[in-house]
Design a protein. Structure first.
Lengths: 422, 174
């Protein structure tokens, strides 16, 4: 049985589960962000009084960090009050960062858990071997009430990635390319497992990008088999869990009995990739879009704001200046990452180059605040989505790329192949 | 009251209508139905809420309707604007759950887009699992709901369901 099915079977109190069937699963951790006052509203409308387990719920104030409007501030105030009144153990305020980084950093993510969060990019945590999926406010209210969620057991798609990554190419380029080949609905209602030597060789930071972006193919959850890199990380952030997690069993069945489909990618010759407006699967090699002018470059968010990402931006921008008419936003994914970047000198390098530092948060990725675009503007971004209106005006254009490509583009004021600077 | 037959005029949209288009991120801090309704689909169809006022409308969409964000604001805004149901080739999975949870029927129907025109009358029969098209008269089948989903739908959403049962109660015997 696939490890994801083992997790779901355990959570449903059953020996096994099969794709397509519906189960009621017990939740190990429920995360709620500050867009979702509706969770509390729905919980109360359901007649909820005390939440099922105050030790298994976490609030992260990340989307409006710090709040840009009075209403957003009031929503946060109500959430703080609710968290206090319920004795919620893990409350992370606006000074911590994006939930998808804060949860792992706090040791709240481990292999073989069921994690639900009010954010579509919850697919991220499959990189740790967890079953993790995004849900909406009322679904979450029912989790707070019962500790359970109904789930359709997903079919699993295996994506095998082989080949050595070329210089200047990052996980973001690989996943943009894969999405362009498979489409935005290939994994709808399904889970995606990533395997192959490229994935094995990747750092955890890079694996998180693959899993994070899987939702842009429609995925419900992701999976990368935990290896030493994962266990080393868990042993740093939550050593007790090492003892508690059950060993990951080998899959004994044949490949075609476990996976709905298998896709193979060889990325040995892959160039940096860019997703053109307004679709994540509208992807071309950077050479085909070079010289496209930009007004803003964004390096950050839950997709592209980890150490690896800021590091390469600092490497590229060291001793250089951004183009006179470009704004470069740097948004480390968490305060811990920001501190680390300060310690390593990356932030000073980026500030010297003319960057604007934004609070660790979701920033303008979802068009809420801190760098939204005016009509007619173009932005190259390491974030996850380039839908119309995603980052402000629906007349603005968003190009998705790796942090390296975004940094190189900030220097020249036009979309640029990062290999020119590496 | 749960109605197993929903009638309405078709509002036709394309493939991959994402949640940013259904409900833009700049309004996510809003929580009241009146405030949310006016922003439904505003970046795709200006004044959508006014255009559907006074009549029953059913959105007919291509594949992957509601892909993207987990924001429940998206189906809520459509519901508050007066949309009666959504029929699509397929849905973004979180949107699909959210729609049913807030009591907005979301129905999967293969081939719907090429069978309907903007403004044509259709009838969704949830009990029979069919969509009846007006002219020419024709029926299409819809994907069956699981017992749990059907129970949520019949209770007009997960809030009334949980208020009534206090837990998930419709999946015991499988």
């Amino acid at each position: 049985m696939h490890p994801l099915y083992q997790i779901l079977a355990d959570a449903a109190g059953r020996d096994k589960v099969t794709p397509g069937e519906f189960i009621i699963a017990k939740v190990d951790l429920a995360e709620i962000n500050d867009l979702y006052l509706q969770v509390i509203m729905s919980f109360k409308e359901m007649g909820g009084d005390k939440i099922w387990d105050s030790q298994k719920v976490t609030f992260v104030m990340d989307h409006y960090a710090p709040p840009p409007t009075i209403k957003a501030a009031e929503n946060q105030t109500k959430m703080r009050e609710f968290a206090k009144e319920q004795g919620i153990k893990y409350f992370f305020d606006i000074n911590r960062g994006v939930c998808h980084q804060v949860m792992p950093e706090e040791g709240l993510v481990w292999p073989d858990m069921v994690l639900v969060a009010t954010d579509s990019h919850t697919t991220t945590h499959g990189a740790f071997g967890a079953f993790s999926t995004g849900i909406g406010a009322t679904d979450m209210a029912a989790v707070l009430l019962t500790g359970e969620i109904w789930l359709r057991v997903p079919e699993i798609i295996k994506i095998k990635i082989q080949g050595k990554i070329r210089k200047g190419v990052m996980a973001k380029d690989i996943i943009l390319y894969i999405i362009s080949q498979l489409g935005t609905d290939i994994a709808l209602y399904k889970a995606v497992e990533y395997t192959g030597e490229t994935v094995t060789d990747m750092s955890l930071d890079e694996r998180l990008v693959l899993c994070n972006m899987a939702v842009e193919m429609g995925a419900k959850a992701t999976y990368i088999k935990p290896d030493k890199k994962v266990w080393d990380y868990i042993s740093l952030v939550n050593p007790q869990k090492i003892q508690e997690c059950r060993p990951i069993k080998q899959i004994n069945e044949k490949e075609n009995e476990v996976y709905e489909s298998v896709y193979n990618f060889d990325i040995s010759n892959l160039e940096p990739q860019v997703a053109l407006p307004y679709r994540v699967d509208n992807v071309v090699p950077v050479s085909q879009v070079a010289e496209e002018p930009i007004n803003q470059a964004l390096i950050g968010t839950c997709t592209g704001g980890r150490i690896n990402d800021i590091k390469i931006a600092a490497q590229i921008l060291k001793g250089r200046k951004i183009f006179s008419s470009v704004r470069l936003l740097i948004i480390p994914v968490s305060n811990k990452i920001l501190e680390k970047c300060i310690e390593l000198g990356y932030i000073q390098t980026l500030l010297n180059a003319g960057a604007t530092l934004v609070t660790p948060s979701c920033g303008p990725c979802l068009g809420a605040h801190e760098g939204v675009l005016s009509s007619g503007e173009s932005c190259i971004s390491t974030s996850s989505r380039n839908f119309p209106g995603r980052m402000g005006s629906s007349e603005a254009k968003i190009f998705l790329s790796s942090p390296a490509t975004a940094a190189a583009s900030a220097i020249k004021g036009v979309i640029t192949d990062p290999r020119e600077f590496l | 009251m749960f109605e197993s037959i929903i009638r309405g005029k078709v509002f036709k949209v394309g493939d991959d209508i994402d949640t940013d288009q259904i409900y833009p991120g700049r309004y996510l801090y809003l929580t009241s139905p009146e405030e949310m309704a006016v922003h439904a689909m505003e970046d795709v169809i200006a004044d959508f809420y006014k255009k559907i006022e006074g009549e029953d409308w059913i959105i007919a969409a291509g594949k992957n309707f509601g892909c993207g964000s987990s924001r429940e604001h998206a189906p809520r805004a459509l519901l508050y604007a007066g949309v009666k149901a959504i029929v699509a080739e397929s849905f973004g999975r979180i949107f699909y759950r959210n729609a049913l949870n807030v009591g907005l029927p979301a129905v999967k129907c293969s081939g719907i887009v090429k069978e309907v025109q903007q403004g044509s009358l259709i009838q969704i029969n949830l009990k029979e699992g069919l969509i009846v098209l007006g002219t020419p008269e024709k029926t299409l089948s819809i994907e069956k709901f699981s017992p749990q989903l059907l129970a949520i739908l019949k209770n007009e959403g997960l809030i009334p369901y949980m208020k009534k049962y206090g837990k998930y109660s419709h999946l015991k015997n499988i």
